[in-house]
Ligand binder design. Structure first.
Ligand SMILES: [Zn+2]
Length: 128
């Protein structure tokens, strides 16, 4: 039994420190310390991406709200980018039947072409 398991041990490369070690083929780390370090970094990175994504969506929402507050329902992407708008972030997206797609940022919906955002409106009528 022991010798059988022994045969399954192979040289692996630790995903954290890159050192070679012997162990079961599906082992990814040379030590518990490396495993924990790797896991902590993954968790930290996921948290960072989530925080930055939420911040960008909030920024987009603020910019779209300001547009509506100024009684505007369209703007060029170039102009919006200067204010910090990033079109890659939205809370909803539907493929449009025309040349533009339908996007939403919480309760604000808008159409987007390659150059502009237009028909910006609140999903529920009633106040800006
Ligand atoms: Zn290691």
């Amino acid at each position: 039994m022991m010798s059988n398991n022994r045969k399954k041990e192979e040289e692996n490369i630790c995903r954290e420190c890159g050192r070679a070690f012997y162990g079961r083929r599906d082992k990814n780390f040379c030590s518990l310390e490396c495993k924990n370090r790797w896991h902590n970094r993954v968790v930290r990175e996921r948290r960072r991406v989530r925080t930055e994504t939420l911040a960008q969506i909030s920024r987009n929402y603020k910019i779209l709200s300001e547009l509506l507050a100024e009684d505007k329902n369209s703007a060029s992407l170039q102009e919006l980018a200067k204010a910090g708008f990033d079109p890659a972030f939205a809370t909803g997206h539907r493929k449009g039947s025309c040349r533009h797609d339908d996007y939403s940022c919480f309760d604000i919906s808008y159409y987007r072409s390659s150059t502009k955002v237009f028909n910006v409106r609140r999903r529920n009528a009633g106040g800006r």
